[in-house]
Each structure stands twice: as C-alpha cells, then as structure tokens.
Ligand binder design. Structure first.
Ligand code: G1P
Length: 296
C-alpha cells in the first residue's frame, strides 16, 4: 500500500513577543512587519496555500488584533477603497482575506511552542498538519512546506525542516540526531538548544514542520524542558522514543531570520530583487552603496 499524504491544514504561530525587534514591535505584532509591501505573516499564508493548504489556524496572543484584521473582511481600509470604486486596489486589500479559511485561537500565556501548538488541537486533531513560524521567511523554487509534504509521504511520520548551522549557532536551535545520511533522513533523537559540544549533529531545526496526529498525546505527556517551557522538540523526541518514524528534511531554499533586524533587512532586499519592477530600480542604489563602502 502506498502511503499518500494529504495535508489540508496549517497552524501558524504568531504568539511571540518580538523582543528582538523592539521598539518596532511595541505596538505592532512582529508578524505584521513588512517585507517590501506585505506583512511577514502573509508570506507564511501564501507559502501554505501554494503547498495545498486550505485551512489556516493562527495561534495568537493578546495584542495581535492587527493580524485578525489583516485576514478579515470589512476593515476600515476596505470600506474606504470600496467607496472610491477602485477595483484594482480593492482586489489588493481583499487578497489576504481570500487566500484560505481561517481560524483563530488565543494562547493565554507564553509557555513554549508545544503549548502554543496544543492551543490549536481542536482544529487539527486526527490528521497530520503543517506548522509554520512566520519569522522564518523562506525563499525557494518549491514552497518549503510543499517540500515537507512530499517528505512526509516518504517518511510516514513527522517531518522537520533542517539546515546546517555553525557551532556558534547551535545553542539557538533544536538539533537533530539522524540515522546515517539521506534526505529525508530518519531521526534517533532531537535536542533543544544544546551546547555546541553536546550537539548530535550540525543540523538545526527551522520553523517548518509536518506533525503527525499523535503529536498531541506526546505534548500532553512531555514536561517543561529548556527554559521551563513546553518544547516541541521534546514532544518530537517522545514520538521518536515511541518508535514512530520522525524525519529531518534538508530543504532547498534561503531562509531569513526576520525576528532580528539584520535578517529582516536582508529579506527585504532579496525579496525586492526577485520582483522585476523593483529589481531594476533597486540595483543602481545597491551598486552606489557598495561602491561607496568599498572606497570608504
Ligand atoms: C524554536 C524551536 C527551535 C527551532 C527554532 C527555529 O526556537 O524551539 O527548536 O530551532 O524555533 O526557528 P526559538 O527560535 O523560538 O527560540
């Protein structure tokens, strides 16, 4: 029997405080910071939809109302544009609302990623689903989530996107322990943010996962871990310990950590360069700036 994956739902986590982007994130959710002319979270939804996802569950925290408004109908801006009768502009304002079906849940306290995922349980229970962190923006030929959906089909269990990280970066990532090589590769363990000396590999977890339906039972029985938070890495390690297939997948693409100023800045430049109408106008500026920095 061939194992065919059908992943219809995605959970998008948008409950973090965004402390690394203060003061920009004092009143504006970090997921609403723009890359060129769209907020980060819209890229996450577009990636999900381009990967076959039909329903998105947002896990939000207090103060993230701008996200609900962005994906909802009947915003102030929509009413204004409708009144003006500008059809093109109206289509742009409405685009985010029409990408998928949306559900919203509130995480009432910051208690870790596994806790945030558990908040979405009632909407995704009983089927595998994608998990996306919008501050990891990934530019790729095939959407990263679609790559993971394929890998899920061959793995038959949870799949985690990974990339190589340097020893200095190891303590900032979940690190996987693969069985041999291959892509996807089955795992015999995972550790959340180990010291470089204790890391089982140099493959760090990035913010894209396909989670098998048993994940909620494993989250339930996994105690708080690193930093006293409920860690998804530990719940995945529990799936591994139970003998379930769990795989890492080294995705094709470039990731930008937009939760930090430099990552957001570079993502903006790179995404702009992918848009022909902006590329032409941006390149002369970049040339001028690089020439100046070379000559001092
Ligand atoms: C989280 C996960 C970590 C993963 C990272 C990817 O950490 O706990 O395993 O490597 O996301 O972005 P955070 O960056 O939220 O501290």
């Amino acid at each position: 029997m061939t194992f065919m994956a059908s992943i219809r739902k995605a959970v998008i986590l948008a409950a973090g405080m965004g402390t690394r982007m203060l003061p920009a994130t004092k009143a504006v959710p970090k997921e609403m910071l723009p890359v060129v002319d769209k907020p980060l979270i819209q890229y996450a939804v577009e990636e999900a939809v381009a990967s076959g996802i039909e329903e998105v569950v947002f896990v939000l925290a207090e103060g993230k109302e701008a996200i609900t408004e962005h994906f909802g109908h009947l915003s102030r801006v929509e009413a204004f544009v409708r009144e003006k009768g500008d059809r093109d502009l109206l289509a742009q304002v409405r685009a985010p609302s029409n990408l998928a079906r949306y559900e919203y849940v509130l995480q009432d306290r910051p208690a870790g990623i596994a806790h945030a995922v558990a908040c979405a349980r009632e909407f995704v229970e009983g089927e595998p689903f994608a998990l996306i962190f919008p501050d990891d923006l990934i530019v790729s030929r095939t959407p990263c989530t679609a790559q993971l959906v394929d890998a899920y089909t061959s793995c038959g269990g949870s799949v985690i996107a990974v990339e190589q990280v340097t020893p200095e970066e190891v303590p900032s990532y979940g690190i996987v322990d693969p069985v041999g090589s291959g892509n996807p590769v089955r795992l015999k363990g995972l550790v959340e943010k180990p010291a470089a000396a204790d890391a089982p590999s140099n493959l760090g977890v990035v913010g894209r996962y396909i989670l098998g339906p048993s994940i909620f039972q494993h989250i339930e029985r996994t105690p708080p871990g690193k930093n006293g938070e409920y860690q998804l890495t530990d719940a995945l390690a529990s799936q591994v310990a139970a003998g379930e297939p769990v795989c890492a997948y080294a995705y094709e693409g470039r990731r930008f950590d937009t939760g930090r100023p430099l990552g957001l800045l570079v993502a903006g430049v790179e995404v702009a360069l992918c848009r022909p109408e902006l590329r032409e106008k941006l390149l002369p500026h970049l040339h001028r700036l690089t020439e100046r920095s070379v000559t001092g």
